[in-house]
Design a binder for this molecule. Structure first.
Ligand SMILES: O=P(O)(O)OC[C@H]1O[C@](O)(CO)[C@@H](O)[C@@H]1O
Length: 521
């Protein structure tokens, strides 16, 4: 049985983190691919730095990183590579360079032709999880800058999503994209069927002519009836939640321009280079990963919040939730043992300043709270300077309050200005104390453009990868999701037993009750 908890490197790391003094270290701002990442408000010390390096060494970080970039089958439960870095490399690895070039050229020439013919004023993208969040995040974050088509996204199997996405569009001028690596995903195929009906009802004679498929299962897309010229491939060695950089980026090129997609890839490639070459102590994804492990596994924070102080980045939250929680939400190590330290924090969040009026009270004064990743753009893309100043001030203020806290003495001084009764003043002051010492990271982007966004997404990808290495878990599979899918398929068949009494014996009494009650609905 392998034990991380009992390994000397782990014990040293825990000891160093626990004895690191809050606020004792100097400014710690690291730069990577145009992003500035301020880790000054994370627990750190010279000992933490040394122990962090030893831990990475003990967990085989350098060789794992090499394997990531050279296309080794590091997704060991599925015996596949996770080679998303190849898709954005300036010079992709020889083994896949031709494949990538060929497919990218096909995809971009489709975009060129559509632009030249002034075709498809509307695009409806149907995908879910990794086949949705990435392109949705990029398109919706950057559309204000260069948007050139009406772009809609529908993922949920709740038909309200697809009906809203199609609402008001001209069926004759609408392209439907089915984005699904497996081309078997229930939600995406059910929504595609709705879109076909909608096109037909709108007078389109050959609805499938207006479909595009983006998939690793080309045969299934062909069998579905989609023309070869409208099928854009990606491959087994690209994980679903890492697929944004592949043909899954088609809506970005269609909606924002091929140059925007290229800039996104360039930003990610720059971050890849940094991750590969920067020394450990200034390697931003690695340092963020170590802080994350310290917060989760040593200091016991079960979650962290993501608060972009840029409302355009609202979809970064679900994107990161999938990246972090589908990748790291596991507790079995490579040898099949149970991981014996707490791992994989839950991720949640909301853009600032809305979040301040929603859950920041809890962050400030709950017994434990949660670390926060703050994201800020130095320059906005609007002309309202005061708004931007307010946004920046709020972001910095929240972070300072979480870290510095407010002492009882300071609170008392405040209260005594209006409350003269000493007993009452003391009680009221207690309510105003902020414990402080609450960790956070501040990421400053120069402005929200494709290059910075590409760098930001790659930063989080590598942070998650590094944490997977430290915890010894495979960040590239998702067996937990697969089990739920199997059960949903089985329950759907039982619910479909129109009129007859469905067979529910394999299920627990509560599930059985509801299947019977809702059958035929
Ligand atoms: O691209 P597909 O095959 O439709 O899968 C969609 C999503 O479903 C999952 O398999 C499970 O959520 C994700 O990993 C994936 O991004």
């Amino acid at each position: 049985m392998t034990s991380l908890a009992n390994s000397p490197a782990w014990k040293d790391f825990c000891g160093a983190v626990k004895t690191s003094e809050i606020g004792a270290h100097a400014l710690r701002i690291l730069d990577a691919a145009g992003l500035s990442v301020d880790l000054s408000t994370q627990r750190h010390s010279a000992d933490v730095e040394t122990a962090g390096k030893q831990l990475l060494k003990a967990q085989g970080f350098e060789s794992a990183r090499t394997q990531l970039f050279n296309g080794s089958p590091i997704n060991w439960t599925e015996n596949r590579a996770a080679w998303h870095t190849a898709l954005r490399a300036t010079e992709p690895p020889v083994a896949v360079a031709e494949l990538i070039k060929h497919e990218r050229e096909r995809m971009l020439s489709f975009v060129d032709q559509a632009n030249a013919k002034n075709q498809y004023r509307n695009v409806v993208h149907l995908g879910i999880g990794g086949s949705d969040w990435g392109p949705r995040l990029v398109v919706e974050s950057l559309t204000g800058l260069t948007g050139r088509r009406t772009m809609r996204f529908a993922s949920n199997v709740d038909a309200h999503a697809i009906t809203a996405a199609l609402d008001g569009l001209d069926p004759h001028d609408t392209l439907i994209i089915i984005a699904s690596k497996s081309f078997t995903t229930t939600e995406s195929l059910a929504n595609a069927a709705c879109a076909t009906d909608w096109l037909r009802a709108g007078g389109v004679k050959r609805p499938l002519d207006q479909f595009v498929a983006i998939t690793a299962n080309v045969k299934a897309a062909r069998d579905y009836g989609i023309d070869n010229d409208h099928i854009f491939q990606f491959w087994d060695w690209v994980g679903g939640r890492y697929s944004l950089w592949s043909s899954i980026g088609l809506p970005i090129a269609l909606g924002l321009g091929a140059d925007v997609f290229a800039a996104l890839l360039a930003g990610a490639a720059e971050m890849d280079e940094h991750f590969l070459t920067a020394p450990i102590e200034s390697n931003v994804p690695v340092q963020m990963a170590l802080s994350g492990v310290a917060n989760r596994s040593v200091l016991g924070y079960a979650s962290f919040a993501l608060c972009p102080y840029d409302a355009r980045l609202k979809h970064l939250i679900p994107w990161l939730q999938q990246l972090e929680m589908e990748s790291l939400g596991k507790s079995t190590t490579r040898d099949g043992d149970t991981l014996d330290v707490p791992s994989s924090p839950a991720v949640w969040g909301m853009p600032g300043t809305d979040s301040q009026h929603t859950f920041f009270q809890w962050l400030h004064q709950d017994n434990i709270g949660a670390p926060v990743d703050f994201i800020l753009c130095a320059t906005p893309d609007h002309r309202y300077n005061r708004h931007h100043r307010l946004l920046v001030a709020n972001c910095l203020a929240q972070r300072a309050a979480l870290w510095q806290g407010k002492s009882y003495e300071r609170a008392l001084e405040e209260v005594q200005r209006t409350e003269k009764d000493p007993v009452k003043a003391s009680i009221l002051a207690q309510h105003r104390v902020h414990p402080g010492g609450r960790p956070s990271t501040l990421i400053v982007m120069p402005r929200l453009d494709a290059k910075s966004l590409g760098a930001l997404l790659a930063l989080y990808e590598h942070k998650v990868f590094t944490q997977g290495v430290i915890w010894g878990i495979n960040p590239f599979d998702q067996w937990g999701v697969e089990f739920g899918k199997q059960l949903a398929g089985d329950i759907e068949r039982r619910l479909d037993a129109l009129g007859s009494d469905p067979e529910v014996s394999p299920y627990d009494p509560s599930t059985a009750y509801w299947v019977k009650k809702l059958a035929g609905s």
